[in-house]
Design a protein around this ligand. Structure first.
Ligand SMILES: [Ca+2]
Ligand SMILES: [Ca+2]
Ligand SMILES: [Ca+2]
Length: 310
Protein backbone atom coordinates (compact mmCIF):
# COMPACT_ATOMS: atom_id res chain seq x y z
CA UNK A 1 0.00 0.00 0.00
CA UNK A 2 1.15 3.51 -0.61
CA UNK A 3 -0.17 5.06 2.59
CA UNK A 4 2.55 7.16 4.12
CA UNK A 5 3.60 6.71 7.72
CA UNK A 6 3.32 9.85 9.84
CA UNK A 7 6.45 11.96 9.98
CA UNK A 8 8.49 11.69 13.17
CA UNK A 9 9.32 15.38 12.98
CA UNK A 10 5.79 16.65 12.89
CA UNK A 11 4.14 18.34 15.84
CA UNK A 12 1.20 17.05 17.81
CA UNK A 13 -1.53 18.94 19.57
CA UNK A 14 -1.81 16.33 22.29
CA UNK A 15 0.56 14.83 24.81
CA UNK A 16 -1.48 11.62 24.54
CA UNK A 17 0.81 10.46 21.79
CA UNK A 18 3.59 10.04 24.33
CA UNK A 19 1.55 9.05 27.36
CA UNK A 20 2.79 5.47 27.31
CA UNK A 21 6.37 6.48 27.97
CA UNK A 22 7.95 5.88 31.37
CA UNK A 23 8.96 8.75 33.64
CA UNK A 24 12.62 8.11 32.89
CA UNK A 25 11.99 9.03 29.25
CA UNK A 26 10.56 12.46 30.02
CA UNK A 27 13.53 14.55 28.87
CA UNK A 28 13.38 12.81 25.50
CA UNK A 29 9.64 13.34 25.34
CA UNK A 30 9.99 17.05 26.10
CA UNK A 31 12.68 17.39 23.51
CA UNK A 32 10.57 15.80 20.79
CA UNK A 33 7.55 17.92 21.64
CA UNK A 34 9.51 21.16 21.82
CA UNK A 35 11.45 20.62 18.65
CA UNK A 36 8.30 19.48 16.88
CA UNK A 37 6.47 22.54 18.11
CA UNK A 38 9.33 24.80 17.06
CA UNK A 39 9.43 23.32 13.56
CA UNK A 40 5.67 23.54 13.16
CA UNK A 41 5.57 27.08 14.46
CA UNK A 42 8.29 28.08 12.03
CA UNK A 43 6.48 26.50 9.10
CA UNK A 44 3.21 28.09 10.13
CA UNK A 45 4.75 31.52 10.64
CA UNK A 46 6.55 31.37 7.33
CA UNK A 47 3.33 30.50 5.58
CA UNK A 48 1.53 33.38 7.26
CA UNK A 49 -0.74 30.80 8.91
CA UNK A 50 -1.99 30.31 12.43
CA UNK A 51 -3.89 27.03 12.32
CA UNK A 52 -7.17 26.78 14.21
CA UNK A 53 -8.05 23.45 15.84
CA UNK A 54 -11.66 22.23 16.05
CA UNK A 55 -11.94 19.13 18.23
CA UNK A 56 -14.51 17.36 20.40
CA UNK A 57 -15.94 14.01 21.43
CA UNK A 58 -19.51 12.97 22.21
CA UNK A 59 -21.93 15.93 22.03
CA UNK A 60 -18.94 18.27 21.63
CA UNK A 61 -18.07 16.49 18.37
CA UNK A 62 -21.22 17.84 16.74
CA UNK A 63 -20.53 21.32 18.13
CA UNK A 64 -16.98 21.26 16.75
CA UNK A 65 -18.19 19.85 13.41
CA UNK A 66 -20.77 22.64 13.04
CA UNK A 67 -18.25 25.32 14.06
CA UNK A 68 -15.71 24.04 11.53
CA UNK A 69 -18.28 23.97 8.74
CA UNK A 70 -19.25 27.53 9.61
CA UNK A 71 -15.60 28.62 9.57
CA UNK A 72 -15.02 27.17 6.08
CA UNK A 73 -18.27 28.60 4.73
CA UNK A 74 -19.86 25.22 4.09
CA UNK A 75 -17.22 23.88 1.73
CA UNK A 76 -17.27 20.30 0.48
CA UNK A 77 -18.82 17.47 2.46
CA UNK A 78 -18.63 13.73 1.83
CA UNK A 79 -21.12 11.61 3.80
CA UNK A 80 -20.51 8.35 1.85
CA UNK A 81 -24.30 7.87 1.96
CA UNK A 82 -24.75 8.12 -1.81
CA UNK A 83 -22.47 5.14 -2.49
CA UNK A 84 -24.55 2.17 -3.69
CA UNK A 85 -23.68 -1.13 -2.06
CA UNK A 86 -25.38 -3.53 -4.47
CA UNK A 87 -23.24 -3.21 -7.60
CA UNK A 88 -25.21 -0.30 -9.04
CA UNK A 89 -22.96 2.55 -7.88
CA UNK A 90 -22.60 5.54 -10.21
CA UNK A 91 -18.89 4.72 -10.53
CA UNK A 92 -18.63 1.34 -12.30
CA UNK A 93 -15.24 0.70 -10.68
CA UNK A 94 -16.86 0.47 -7.24
CA UNK A 95 -16.24 -3.16 -6.25
CA UNK A 96 -18.74 -5.11 -4.18
CA UNK A 97 -16.92 -6.92 -1.36
CA UNK A 98 -20.01 -8.16 0.50
CA UNK A 99 -23.25 -7.82 -1.52
CA UNK A 100 -25.58 -5.24 -0.05
CA UNK A 101 -23.29 -4.13 2.76
CA UNK A 102 -19.64 -3.44 1.87
CA UNK A 103 -17.89 -2.04 -1.21
CA UNK A 104 -14.46 -0.72 -2.17
CA UNK A 105 -14.67 2.65 -3.92
CA UNK A 106 -12.02 3.64 -6.50
CA UNK A 107 -9.56 6.49 -5.92
CA UNK A 108 -11.56 8.92 -8.12
CA UNK A 109 -15.02 8.24 -6.63
CA UNK A 110 -15.25 11.74 -5.09
CA UNK A 111 -13.25 13.95 -7.46
CA UNK A 112 -16.49 15.90 -8.06
CA UNK A 113 -16.13 17.11 -4.47
CA UNK A 114 -12.39 17.76 -4.86
CA UNK A 115 -11.07 14.59 -3.18
CA UNK A 116 -8.70 12.03 -4.71
CA UNK A 117 -7.72 8.98 -2.66
CA UNK A 118 -4.40 7.13 -2.74
CA UNK A 119 -6.03 3.70 -2.86
CA UNK A 120 -9.47 2.06 -2.96
CA UNK A 121 -11.13 2.37 0.45
CA UNK A 122 -14.21 0.73 1.97
CA UNK A 123 -17.76 2.02 2.43
CA UNK A 124 -20.36 0.03 4.38
CA UNK A 125 -24.01 0.51 5.21
CA UNK A 126 -24.04 -1.68 8.31
CA UNK A 127 -21.22 -0.18 10.38
CA UNK A 128 -18.96 -2.89 8.89
CA UNK A 129 -20.88 -5.55 10.81
CA UNK A 130 -20.72 -8.00 7.89
CA UNK A 131 -17.01 -7.35 7.33
CA UNK A 132 -16.24 -7.74 11.03
CA UNK A 133 -19.18 -9.40 12.85
CA UNK A 134 -17.48 -8.99 16.24
CA UNK A 135 -18.06 -5.22 15.99
CA UNK A 136 -21.76 -5.42 15.02
CA UNK A 137 -23.65 -2.40 16.38
CA UNK A 138 -20.47 -0.74 17.64
CA UNK A 139 -20.08 2.02 15.02
CA UNK A 140 -23.25 4.09 14.52
CA UNK A 141 -23.11 6.33 11.45
CA UNK A 142 -22.92 10.09 12.08
CA UNK A 143 -24.94 10.49 8.90
CA UNK A 144 -26.95 7.30 8.22
CA UNK A 145 -26.31 4.94 6.94
CA UNK A 146 -22.81 4.66 5.34
CA UNK A 147 -19.39 4.90 7.00
CA UNK A 148 -15.83 4.72 5.68
CA UNK A 149 -12.54 2.96 6.52
CA UNK A 150 -9.33 1.64 5.07
CA UNK A 151 -8.94 -2.11 4.76
CA UNK A 152 -5.66 -4.00 4.78
CA UNK A 153 -4.95 -5.35 1.32
CA UNK A 154 -2.60 -8.12 2.38
CA UNK A 155 -5.41 -9.41 4.53
CA UNK A 156 -3.32 -10.78 7.37
CA UNK A 157 -1.77 -8.32 9.82
CA UNK A 158 -4.41 -5.53 9.79
CA UNK A 159 -1.72 -2.84 10.17
CA UNK A 160 -2.77 -0.64 7.25
CA UNK A 161 -5.43 1.68 8.64
CA UNK A 162 -4.29 4.88 6.89
CA UNK A 163 -6.58 6.96 4.66
CA UNK A 164 -4.70 9.31 2.36
CA UNK A 165 -6.61 12.01 0.51
CA UNK A 166 -5.22 14.67 -1.80
CA UNK A 167 -7.17 17.68 -2.99
CA UNK A 168 -8.06 18.40 -6.62
CA UNK A 169 -10.01 21.13 -8.35
CA UNK A 170 -13.60 19.82 -8.12
CA UNK A 171 -14.58 17.79 -11.14
CA UNK A 172 -10.97 17.34 -12.30
CA UNK A 173 -7.83 15.45 -11.28
CA UNK A 174 -5.78 18.69 -11.18
CA UNK A 175 -3.86 18.98 -7.90
CA UNK A 176 -5.16 21.74 -5.65
CA UNK A 177 -5.07 22.95 -2.06
CA UNK A 178 -7.53 23.56 0.75
CA UNK A 179 -7.51 25.88 3.75
CA UNK A 180 -8.82 23.21 6.07
CA UNK A 181 -9.98 19.63 6.45
CA UNK A 182 -11.87 17.79 9.19
CA UNK A 183 -13.37 14.35 9.73
CA UNK A 184 -15.84 12.53 11.93
CA UNK A 185 -14.44 9.46 13.68
CA UNK A 186 -16.53 6.87 15.53
CA UNK A 187 -15.11 4.69 18.28
CA UNK A 188 -11.71 6.27 19.01
CA UNK A 189 -10.91 5.30 22.63
CA UNK A 190 -7.11 5.43 22.80
CA UNK A 191 -4.27 7.61 21.59
CA UNK A 192 -3.11 6.81 18.07
CA UNK A 193 -5.78 8.17 15.76
CA UNK A 194 -4.78 11.40 14.06
CA UNK A 195 -4.86 13.61 10.99
CA UNK A 196 -1.59 14.84 9.48
CA UNK A 197 -1.65 17.75 7.04
CA UNK A 198 0.88 18.20 4.23
CA UNK A 199 1.80 21.13 1.99
CA UNK A 200 4.34 21.63 -0.78
CA UNK A 201 7.33 23.94 -0.91
CA UNK A 202 8.40 25.79 -4.04
CA UNK A 203 10.32 22.70 -5.18
CA UNK A 204 7.18 20.58 -4.92
CA UNK A 205 8.55 18.69 -1.92
CA UNK A 206 6.09 17.37 0.66
CA UNK A 207 6.15 19.37 3.92
CA UNK A 208 4.31 18.30 7.10
CA UNK A 209 2.11 21.07 8.47
CA UNK A 210 1.52 19.12 11.69
CA UNK A 211 0.00 15.89 12.95
CA UNK A 212 -2.99 16.40 15.23
CA UNK A 213 -4.35 13.75 17.61
CA UNK A 214 -8.02 12.74 17.65
CA UNK A 215 -9.39 13.23 21.14
CA UNK A 216 -10.35 9.84 22.61
CA UNK A 217 -13.97 9.24 23.60
CA UNK A 218 -15.20 7.44 26.67
CA UNK A 219 -17.00 4.57 24.94
CA UNK A 220 -16.65 2.28 21.93
CA UNK A 221 -19.48 4.00 20.05
CA UNK A 222 -18.68 7.65 20.84
CA UNK A 223 -18.30 10.14 17.99
CA UNK A 224 -15.25 12.39 17.56
CA UNK A 225 -14.51 15.33 15.28
CA UNK A 226 -11.12 16.80 14.41
CA UNK A 227 -10.57 19.63 11.96
CA UNK A 228 -7.76 22.12 11.37
CA UNK A 229 -8.16 25.39 9.48
CA UNK A 230 -5.18 27.29 8.03
CA UNK A 231 -5.05 30.90 6.80
CA UNK A 232 -4.41 29.93 3.18
CA UNK A 233 -4.98 26.98 0.82
CA UNK A 234 -1.66 25.33 1.78
CA UNK A 235 -2.97 21.79 2.44
CA UNK A 236 -2.24 19.53 -0.55
CA UNK A 237 -3.10 16.25 1.14
CA UNK A 238 -3.98 14.66 4.46
CA UNK A 239 -3.31 11.28 6.07
CA UNK A 240 -5.81 9.94 8.59
CA UNK A 241 -4.70 7.23 11.01
CA UNK A 242 -7.85 5.37 12.12
CA UNK A 243 -7.50 3.34 15.32
CA UNK A 244 -4.67 0.91 15.90
CA UNK A 245 -5.74 -1.78 13.42
CA UNK A 246 -7.86 -2.22 10.31
CA UNK A 247 -11.32 -3.71 10.85
CA UNK A 248 -10.72 -6.26 8.13
CA UNK A 249 -8.42 -7.30 5.34
CA UNK A 250 -9.18 -8.16 1.73
CA UNK A 251 -6.41 -9.44 -0.53
CA UNK A 252 -8.52 -9.45 -3.67
CA UNK A 253 -9.88 -12.90 -3.00
CA UNK A 254 -10.43 -13.54 0.69
CA UNK A 255 -11.92 -11.24 3.32
CA UNK A 256 -10.62 -11.71 6.86
CA UNK A 257 -12.00 -9.98 9.97
CA UNK A 258 -9.77 -8.56 12.67
CA UNK A 259 -12.34 -9.67 15.27
CA UNK A 260 -13.25 -7.90 18.46
CA UNK A 261 -11.30 -5.01 19.90
CA UNK A 262 -8.99 -6.29 22.66
CA UNK A 263 -7.16 -4.46 25.47
CA UNK A 264 -4.37 -2.50 23.83
CA UNK A 265 -6.11 -2.29 20.46
CA UNK A 266 -8.59 0.33 19.27
CA UNK A 267 -10.95 -0.16 16.35
CA UNK A 268 -12.67 2.88 14.83
CA UNK A 269 -14.30 4.08 11.61
CA UNK A 270 -14.83 7.46 9.98
CA UNK A 271 -17.87 9.25 8.62
CA UNK A 272 -18.31 12.75 7.23
CA UNK A 273 -15.25 14.43 5.65
CA UNK A 274 -15.53 18.23 5.37
CA UNK A 275 -13.07 20.63 3.76
CA UNK A 276 -12.83 24.12 2.35
CA UNK A 277 -13.48 24.06 -1.38
CA UNK A 278 -10.18 23.18 -3.12
CA UNK A 279 -8.53 26.00 -5.07
CA UNK A 280 -5.07 26.78 -6.42
CA UNK A 281 -2.49 25.39 -3.99
CA UNK A 282 -0.47 27.99 -2.06
CA UNK A 283 3.07 26.73 -1.55
CA UNK A 284 4.72 26.74 1.88
CA UNK A 285 7.71 29.08 1.83
CA UNK A 286 10.95 27.70 3.18
CA UNK A 287 11.67 29.32 6.54
CA UNK A 288 14.60 31.73 6.26
CA UNK A 289 17.77 30.32 7.88
CA UNK A 290 17.69 33.08 10.51
CA UNK A 291 14.15 32.11 11.64
CA UNK A 292 15.12 28.45 11.86
CA UNK A 293 18.11 29.42 13.99
CA UNK A 294 15.97 31.42 16.40
CA UNK A 295 13.40 28.60 16.61
CA UNK A 296 16.08 26.01 17.42
CA UNK A 297 17.69 28.37 19.96
CA UNK A 298 14.33 29.02 21.62
CA UNK A 299 13.60 25.30 21.85
CA UNK A 300 17.01 24.60 23.34
CA UNK A 301 16.62 27.34 25.96
CA UNK A 302 13.15 26.11 26.92
CA UNK A 303 14.43 22.55 27.11
CA UNK A 304 17.15 23.62 29.53
CA UNK A 305 14.59 25.31 31.75
CA UNK A 306 12.29 22.25 31.79
CA UNK A 307 14.89 19.53 32.18
CA UNK A 308 14.97 18.29 35.80
CA UNK A 309 18.20 18.55 37.71
CA UNK A 310 20.39 15.48 37.39
CA1 LIG B 1 -22.53 8.70 6.52
CA1 LIG C 1 -0.84 -5.15 6.20
CA1 LIG D 1 -12.60 1.74 19.56
Amino acid sequence: MSAIAPSAASCTSSSDRFSGRSASRRPARWRRQLLGAALAATAAASAGASPLLFSGTGAAATTAFDAFRGAIGGGSRITWDGVRLDGSDVNPATQVLIPGSTVAIPENRFTAAGALFADPYAVAGDGFAAANPATAGQFPAFTPGNTFVMFDTDGSDFDDRFIEQSFVLPGTTTAAGTRGFGAIFVGVEQAGSSIEYFGRNALGERISLGQFAVEAGSGPSDTQFLGVLFDAAIVADVVLTVGTHALFGFDGTTLRSFGAQTPGTDLAVTDDFVFARPEALVTVPEPPPLALGFAALGAALTLRRLRPAD
